[in-house]
Design a protein around this ligand. Structure first.
Ligand code: ADP
Length: 473
C-alpha cells in the first residue's frame, strides 16, 4: 500500500458521525485515482464484525505501562470493499461494542496507535504516506518521528486531518509511561496546557495538517477549544480541503434504503413517495412542508435550541409545518424533543436513536433540512440533502458556509442565517415556508440542487497533490 489511512471509524464498519463516512469513501476515490490505499482501524465487537469474516494478517504484542496485550491484525474478507481494510483486535481493550464512551478510552486508543506502528514496523515495503484522522490517531506522527523503536518510520510523511477539533483526547502526564521510549527533551511536542494532548501533538508533529473545509481552517484560528494559537502558528503547513460525499452510497437513483428511488427527472413523484412513507410512519400531514433535523444532539449542532425553534415554528400559523427529528445525544435535549410530541401531535415527531436507513429516507422525503450548527467542520448532511433534493436551512459556519448559498443571492439555493440563535433559525424556517408556497420556484431549486456535484473526485485529487508535495520535500 502507498497510503495508509488510520482512523477510529470507517463506514460501514463502525460509524458515529461524518468521520466514518469520510474514511469509508476517501480511500476508494484515491484508489480510483490510481493510488494504492488501505484503512486500518480498531476491531469492535459490533454488528458488522458479527456478519463478516476475516483473515489473520499479523499477530504481535503491545505494552501499556506494565501491561502487555496480545493483538491481531485482521484483514476483512468482503468483496464489496474497494480497498484493503484491516482491523486491530486487542482482546479486553478494543473489542467492545461501541466506538467511544468508555472510561479507558485513553488506554484503548494509545494501545491501538502503538499496535498500528508495531504492525507497520515489520512491513518489508513501508507505506509512502501515513494519513491520521482526528485525535484518536494523533500520537502516531509524534511516535513515528521521536520514538527510538520507530526510527525506521521517521522519514514517512504524516498527514493529520482534523474532522473535529472539539475533541482532543487530553490525559495526564501520569500516563507518560504508556509512550515508547523517546528523548524526553521533546515532551513539549505532546504537551498542551500541562496535559498530554493527542490532537495538539499531531498538529505539532504531522508533516501537514488538513481541515475538512477551508472556512473551518480559518475559524479554528479563533475558536479551537484552546488550540487557537497553535493552529494559527502552524498555518504554514495547513490546508482546508472540503469533504466530498460517496455518490455510490448516497445516490437517490440506486439507494436501496429509501422507499422509492428517483432522479432529477422523476424527483417529484420519487420524493413524494418517500415523504408519504415518513408521514405515514410518523403521523404527519404530507400536504405541509416537512422540515427535518438529523444529527447528534449536542451543543455543536445547536441542538439544545431545537425545542424552542420548533415550538416557535409550530405555533406560527403562517408556517404550517410538519417537523421530524432523528438524533441522539444529550439526554436533556432528547427529553425536550420527546416532550414536544404530546403538545404537537400530528405536526411533530421525533425518533430518538441512531438509524442509518431512516436517515436516508428522511434525506429523500423531507422538503427542508435544518442545521443551526454552532460549529460545523464540514457537515455532510447538507450535501446529502442537496443530492436528495432537500433544501438545507443552515447557519453559515465552517463547511456550511462553503457549500450553501442563500436564495437571496444569484443562483442561491439554500436558506442561510448568520448566528446560532432561536429567532434567526425560526425566521429562516419561516423564509423556507414562504419558498414552499411558491411551488414553481421551490421545484426549480430542488432540481438545481440535485445537480450540484460534491463527489469525492476532486477532493481525493487535492489530497494526492498534497501527498506529492510532501514526498518531494
Ligand atoms: P458529525 O460528524 O459532526 O456528527 P457530519 O455532518 O459530518 O456530522 O456527519 C453526520 C453523519 O452521521 C451523517 O452521515 C448523518 O446522516 C449521520 N447521523 C447523525 N446522526 C444520526 C442518527 N441519529 N441516525 C442516523 N444517522 C445519523
Amino acid at each position: 500500500m502507498e497510503i495508509i489511512h488510520i482512523s477510529a471509524e470507517c463506514y460501514p464498519v463502525a460509524k458515529v458521525g461524518g468521520l466514518a463516512d469520510v474514511v469509508g469513501a476517501l480511500p476508494k476515490y484515491q484508489n480510483k485515482a490510481g493510488k494504492k490505499t488501505a484503512v486500518v482501524m480498531p476491531f469492535y465487537s459490533n454488528a458488522f464484525a458479527a456478519k463478516n469474516t476475516y483473515r489473520l494478517d499479523h499477530q504481535n504484542q503491545v505494552t501499556l505501562g506494565n501491561l502487555t496485550y496480545d493483538f491481531e491484525v485482521l484483514q476483512l474478507e468482503n468483496d464489496s470493499f474497494e480497498y484493503p481494510l484491516y482491523q486491530i483486535k486487542i482482546p479486553g481493550l478494543l473489542d467492545r461494542e461501541n466506538v467511544y464512551g468508555y472510561e479507558d478510552d485513553t488506554e484503548r486508543y494509545v494501545a491501538f496507535q502503538k499496535a498500528v506502528l508495531n504492525w507497520i514496523l515489520q512491513f518489508e515495503n513501508k507505506p509512502k504516506i501515513i494519513h491520521c484522522h482526528d485525535y484518536h490517531t494523533g500520537l502516531i506522527p509524534f511516535m513515528a518521528l521521536q520514538a527510538h523503536k520507530y526510527v525506521s518510520l521517521k522519514d514517512i510523511p504524516s498527514v493529520l486531518t482534523i474532522h473535529n477539533a472539539q475533541y482532543q483526547g487530553q490525559f495526564s502526564f501520569d500516563k507518560l509511561n504508556y509512550f515508547p521510549e523517546y528523548d524526553l527533551s521533546y515532551s513539549g511536542l505532546i504537551e498542551w496546557d500541562q496535559m498530554i494532548n493527542p490532537l495538539a501533538a499531531a498538529v505539532k508533529s504531522a508533516w501537514a495538517v488538513t481541515t475538512v473545509s477551508p472556512s473551518y481552517l480559518i475559524e479554528l484560528r479563533s475558536a479551537a477549544n484552546g488550540l487557537e494559537w497553535l493552529l494559527d502558528n502552524e498555518k504554514g503547513k495547513s490546508t482546508g480541503i472540503l469533504n466530498g460525499i460517496d455518490t455510490d452510497v448516497w445516490n437517490p437513483a440506486t439507494d436501496p434504503m429509501i422507499s422509492k428511488n428517483f432522479n432529477k427527472q422523476n424527483s417529484l413523484s420519487g420524493k413524494r413517495n418517500n415523504k408519504m412513507y415518513l408521514c405515514d410512519k410518523f403521523n404527519l400531514d404530507p400536504s405541509k412542508p416537512l422540515f427535518a433535523f438529523i444529527g447528534r444532539l449536542v451543543g455543536e449542532k445547536g441542538a439544545e435550541l431545537l425545542p424552542q425553534i420548533f415550538e416557535n415554528t409550530l405555533n406560527n400559523p403562517e408556517v404550517n409545518a410538519s417537523i421530524l427529528v432523528l438524533g441522539s445525544g444529550d439526554p436533556a435535549i432528547e427529553q425536550a424533543l420527546n416532550d414536544l410530541k404530546a403538545t404537537h401531535e400530528g405536526n411533530y415527531n421525533a425518533y430518538i436513536g441512531y438509524d442509518e436507513q431512516l436517515s436516508h429516507i428522511i434525506y429523500a422525503g423531507a422538503d427542508f433540512l435544518v442545521m443551526p450548527s454552532r460549529v460545523e467542520p464540514c457537515g455532510l448532511n447538507q450535501m446529502y440533502s442537496l443530492r436528495y433534493g432537500t433544501i438545507p436551512i443552515v447557519r453559515s459556519i465552517g463547511g456550511l458556509k462553503d457549500t450553501i448559498t442563500d436564495i437571496s443571492e444569484k443562483d442561491g439555493f439554500g436558506i442561510c442565517h448568520e448566528n446560532t440563535d432561536v429567532n434567526e433559525a425560526s425566521n429562516a424556517i419561516f423564509r423556507a415556508s414562504e419558498l414552499f408556497k411558491d411551488q414553481p420556484r421551490f421545484k426549480r431549486i430542488r432540481k438545481q440542487i440535485m445537480q450540484i456535484d460534491h463527489s469525492w473526485d476532486s477532493a481525493a485529487t487535492n489530497y494526492i497533490e498534497l501527498y506529492q508535495t510532501l514526498l518531494n520535500k
